[in-house]
Design a protein around this ligand. Sequence first.
Ligand SMILES: [Mn+2]
Length: 326
Amino acid sequence: MIQIAEYLPPTPTRLWKLSKQAGVDYAVGGLPTAADCADGGAPWDYLPLLRMKQRYESGGFQLAVIEARPPLNRAKRGQEGRDAEIATVCALLENMGKLGIPVWCYEWMTDFNWLRTNLATPSRGGSVVTSFDNSLMRDAPPTAEGPISEDELWEHLHYFLQRVLPVAEKAGVKLAMHPDDPPLSPIRSVGRIMRSVENYQRLLDLAPSPMNGITLCQGNFTLMTDDLPAVIRDFGRQGKIFFVHFRDVSGTPERFEETWHDAGKTDMLACLRAYREIGFDGVLRPDHVPTVEGDSNEHAGYSSFGRLYAIGYIRGLRQAVYADSL
Ligand SMILES: [Mn+2]
C-alpha cells in the first residue's frame, strides 16, 4: 500500500510531533547537520548519515527518502569540478545503501530551484499560497552563471547518470528525478529540461537502469497533461515511479497558483486510484501547502498547520481507495 510521509528537518521540531500525532510513520529527510559532522565527516559520509537516521527513528519515523542534494551546479553545467561533485553523490548513494535508505530525490534545475513570482497570494478564507506569472518574468535578469541550452543540460545529465547509476545499482538506491518547477523553459535564460511527459520518457530511455526513475510531483506533472491518472499508470507500469509529491495547482505552466489539496485542477481521488492500480508501494508526501491562520509564512509552502490538513485529507482519500484491501 502507498505510505504517507512528511518532509521533516533533520533535527526534531514541533512538526515531528504533529506529524506523528496525525499518523505519519515515514520521514523524508534532508542531509545531516553540522553537529552530525563534528568529528570531521561530510554530510554524505556514513557516520553523519547514521546519526541522522537514528534521530528520525527515535522520533518514530522510518527514513524512506533523502530529498536534499550535495552541491551539483558544476555537474549540471558541465564545468570543471563536476567529477568531484559526482564523487560526493556516489559516496552518498553508497552510504544510503549501507544504511537501508532506499530513495534519493534529486533534480536537474541549474542555478536556482523552484521559483514563484508571489509568495503570499490570497486563497481560501484568507489563507495564502504561492503563485507564478510568467508575464512578470520578461525583464528578470539572467542568472550570474549566464545562459545554458537544453541540449547542454541533457548532455551533462547523461554524463552524470553514466557515472552515478552503476553505483546506485550496486547500492540498491533509487534515483527519483523531481520536475523543474515551474515546468517551463527557458527561465532567466537558463534551459529547463524536466518539464514534460515526453522529456521524462527521454530521461528513462537516456540511461536504462532499474534505479533510474521519477519523483512524480503532481503539482508540476498536472501542468504537463490533462490526464494525470493516465500518466501515473503509464510510468507506473514501467516501474518508474519511486516517490510521489501530492499537491495541486490551478492554471497553466505560464500562470498558476498553488491550491488547497481539495481545491485544485486535478482529480486527486483518481490519482490515488491509479497508484493503487499500479501497485505503488513507496511513499507519498503532501509537498507544498497553504499557509493558514496562526502559522508563519516564513517558509512559504511549508506551513505546519497546513500540512496537518493535507495529511488528514490524504489519509481520508487513501482509506476510501484501499477500503476493500485494508
Ligand atoms: Mn515537488
